[in-house]
Design a protein around this ligand. Structure first.
Ligand code: DX5
Ligand code: ZN
Length: 222
């Protein structure tokens, strides 16, 4: 199933609650919340209190992308803030199995993200246990970057590995997703699409969400 997850990183932070509602009314399936600690990535965004502050402004599924060095330590804060899914990086300092278990024990879905230079083989052993795999299509840390097509073979490899296990795995792509690159990523096997600039910098976010979804559906294999 195709899902669009607008990233609030490109939204107006002074009106975050309204922006979340705008995504919901525009047909978004999830809301992507990018948490950056200035250590795992060279940028700082926002943390759990900001997420908690908009939890009652929308009923959207909260897809929380932790770009932080120690996701195991902070998972509980994000679960309490209202995360529905917590996605952490395999390149972080936390143990992958332990972090997956902790997130599940907190009652959230758990996803694992890989940076552009990390091989698909590193995440494939966790496909059975994870609810989603996020293949970064830019270097994490900033919105508005260009999509890296060289990451697409990893999406296909992960899709094949999931199919071999008989698992209808969610595979998310994040970074530089627009009306064209969404087609490329869907053709490779992705089915969950993060879009920051393409949605929130559009004059008509609802139309942008609709177009992204339709374009992905044309090429979807997931
Ligand atoms: C990048 C973030 C992305 C970012 C995407 O580190 O993980 O979620 O907000 O922004 P766009 O869609 O503008 O590339
Ligand atoms: Zn993200």
């Amino acid at each position: 199933m195709i899902k669009i997850s607008p990233s609030v990183l490109a939204s107006d932070f002074s009106r975050l609650g309204d922006e979340a509602k705008k995504a919901e009314n525009g047909g978004a399936d999830m809301l992507h919340l990018d948490v950056m600690d200035g250590h795992f990535v060279p940028n700082i965004s926002f943390g759990a209190p900001v997420i908690a502050s908009i939890r009652d402004k929308t009923s959207l599924f909260f897809d929380v992308h932790l770009m932080i060095s120690d996701p195991l330590k902070y998972a509980e804060d994000f679960a309490k803030a209202g995360a529905d899914m917590i996605v952490f990086h395999i390149e972080s300092d936390s143990d992958t199995d332990e972090t997956l278990d902790r997130i599940h024990a907190l009652g959230c879905k758990a996803g694992i993200a890989i940076k552009p230079a990390t091989p698909a083989e590193e995440v494939i052993p966790y496909i059975r246990k994870a609810d989603m795999i996020l293949v970064m299509t830019v270097e994490p840390g900033f919105g508005g970057q260009s999509f890296m097509p060289e990451t697409m073979p990893k999406v296909s490899l992960i899709r094949q590995a999931a199919a071999a296990l008989g698992k209808d795995l969610d595979i998310q792509v994040d970074g530089g997703i627009n009306y064209e690159t969404v087609v490329t990523a869907a053709a490779a096997g992705a089915n969950v699409f993060v879009a920051g600039s393409a949605v929130f910098r559009s004059p008509d976010p609802a139309a942008a969400i609709g177009t992204l979804k339709r374009n992905a559906e044309v090429k979807s294999i997931g």
